[in-house]
Ligand binder design. Structure first.
Ligand code: PMT
Length: 206
C-alpha cells in the first residue's frame, strides 16, 4: 500500500508537495492487516502512526517511493493511494535559493516515474491485483477510466477531490473495474471506505 504525499526538493529548505494526509491509505493498510494480510505501507511524509501489524517504510520523493515499492515486491495485492508528484525539479539547488533583484527563479520540471504503471506492467512480479486511485476535480468517470487503461491496473478508485477530501476523515469514491463495472460508495469515513475496498478484494480472490 502506498500512502501520503511525496515531497520533491527545490533546494535544502523548500519543496513541491500536495495536501494528502495519508489518512485514506493508512486506513486501507489497517483494514488489510486487520484481516491478516502481511502489509508493507510505503508512506510519504505524514503525521500518522503506523497501524498495528503494518510494516511502514518512510520515503520522501517519488523516486524513493518507486524504489521502496520495488523492494516490497513480490506481493499478491498492490493498492496505490499515494498522491505522487508527477514532476520534480530538474536541478535541485545545493544551497538555499536567495531572493535576487532579477526576480524569482524559474524552476524547470521533469517527469517523475509512474510507479503505478510500473507495478501494473505485465511481468513476473506483477501483483495479481493492482488497485490505483484517480484524484480528479472534473469528469471523474472519464478521467478515472482513462487512467485505468493508460496505467494498466485492474481497478481504479475514482476520488473527486474538489471538496473536503484531502486531510478529511470522510470520503466518497467510485470503484471502476476493468470489465466496465462501477460502484458508488457515498460519503462515509475513510475507515469505512477502506473496509469496503478490502471486502471487495477478499470477494475478488474468493
Ligand atoms: O491522504 P488523504 O488526505 O486521506 O487523501 C486521500 C487521497 C485524496 C490522496 C486519495 O484518496 C487519492 O485520491 N489518492 C490518489 C492521489 C493522486 O495523486 O492521484 P493521481 O490521479 O494523480 O494518480 C493516479 C494514480 O497513479 C494513483 O494511484 C497514484 O498513486 C499513481 N501515481 C501517480 C503519479 C506517479 N508519478 N506515480 C504513480 O504511481
Amino acid at each position: 500500500v502506498t500512502a501520503g504525499p511525496t515531497f520533491e526538493p527545490i533546494d535544502p529548505v523548500r519543496g513541491l508537495t500536495n495536501r494528502s494526509s495519508g489518512k485514506q491509505g493508512y486506513a486501507i493498510a489497517a483494514a488489510l492487516a486487520d484481516l491478516g494480510a502481511r502489509v508493507t505501507l510505503v508512506s510519504g511524509p505524514v503525521a500518522l502512526s503506523a497501524p498495528p501489524g503494518v510494516e511502514r517504510v518512510w520515503v520522501e520523493t517519488a523516486r524513493e517511493m518507486q524504489a521502496a515499492v520495488d523492494a516490497a515486491l513480490p506481493a499478491d495485492i498492490a493498492v496505490m493511494s499515494a498522491a505522487v508528484a508527477d514532476w520534480r525539479v530538474d536541478a535541485v539547488a545545493s544551497g538555499k535559493l536567495k531572493k535576487a533583484p532579477g526576480g524569482p527563479p524559474s524552476l524547470a520540471l521533469i517527469e517523475n516515474p509512474d510507479i503505478l504503471a510500473g507495478v501494473s506492467a505485465p511481468e513476473a512480479r506483477r501483483p495479481a491485483l493492482v488497485v490505483g486511485f484517480a484524484a480528479e476535480t472534473s469528469d471523474l468517470e472519464a478521467n478515472a477510466r482513462a487512467k485505468l487503461s493508460r496505467k494498466g491496473c485492474d481497478w481504479i478508485v475514482g476520488n473527486d477531490v474538489s471538496d473536503e477530501v484531502f486531510g478529511a476523515d470522510a470520503n466518497a469514491v467510485t470503484l471502476f473495474t476493468r470489465d466496465g463495472g462501477a460502484e458508488n460508495w457515498p460519503r462515509q469515513s475513510k475507515a469505512e471506505v477502506a473496509r469496503k475496498l478490502v471486502a471487495r478484494i477478499v470477494a475478488h480472490f474468493a
